[in-house]
Design a binder for this molecule. Structure first.
Ligand SMILES: [Zn+2]
Length: 224
């Protein structure tokens, strides 16, 4: 009697995963995807997010389906801002995207090492994602000094100089610096990581920049 109940219980617990095989990245799907298709997948996901039409997902099934390994198709270097969570704004699931997040989406050797790992694992696109109204950018404009944050904000100063503006209360200036900062991070990825540059130059990985608008949810990809 007890054994019978245990079998029934196990069937009930595992039933959702068996009934609905979740859409997850596999070694084959990752290998088959081109960099253009990977970018289109992110664009389509953001369009769903903006339209408030994100996919319905069986998260528990995805956890089970990805437990043995991961084959993400994208890596996103984004800001830590709580309004710009990369998996959500691109409407992606468990196992789809490497999220590398740090205030101001700046680049240092730790972010480069993380992106190099993502390349090794097989991602097809790397996105540097800045966003509007970025607090880190405002801090850089105001020359904020605060513990270890001081040296982080110093990494945004070249973008401040490139933007030729200096008022943290001027939204257009803040967003202009954030955009310059995305381009700066993209340059640093190429220049400071010969490993990543090889993938990018060979066309195996596409490096793109984008700006996320915290007032609309829309990601606008930058022109190369
Ligand atoms: Zn930010």
């Amino acid at each position: 009697m007890l054994a019978c109940c245990v079998v029934v219980l196990m069937t009930l617990v595992t039933a959702p995963a068996l009934l609905a095989a979740p859409e997850v990245q596999t070694a084959d799907s990752q290998a088959a995807m081109t960099p253009v298709q990977a970018l289109e997948r992110l664009q389509a996901g953001n369009a769903r997010f903006v339209a408030n039409a994100t996919k319905s997902r069986d998260w528990s099934a995805k956890v089970i389906a990805t437990s043995a390994g991961q084959y993400p198709f994208a890596a996103v270097l984004g800001c830590m801002d709580s309004r710009a969570p990369v998996e959500i704004v691109f409407d992606q699931g468990v196992g789809d995207v490497f999220g590398v997040r740090v205030a101001g989406n700046v680049v240092n050797e730790d972010e480069l090492g993380s992106l190099e790992y993502a390349a090794k694992v097989g991602v097809k696109v790397i996105v540097v994602l800045g966003h509007t109204r970025c607090g880190a950018v405002k801090g850089a404009l105001d020359h904020v000094e605060l513990g270890n944050l001081t040296s982080l904000l110093a990494k945004i100063h070249p973008a401040v100089e490139a933007a030729h503006c200096g008022d943290s209360h001027d939204e257009a200036c803040v967003d202009k610096v954030a955009t310059e900062n995305v381009r700066q991070s993209m340059r640093e990825i190429r220049q400071r990581s010969p490993y990543l540059a090889q993938y990018i130059d060979a066309g195996k990985i596409r490096l793109v920049g984008g700006m996320y608008d915290v007032s609309t949810g829309k990601v606008t990809f930058l022109e190369p």
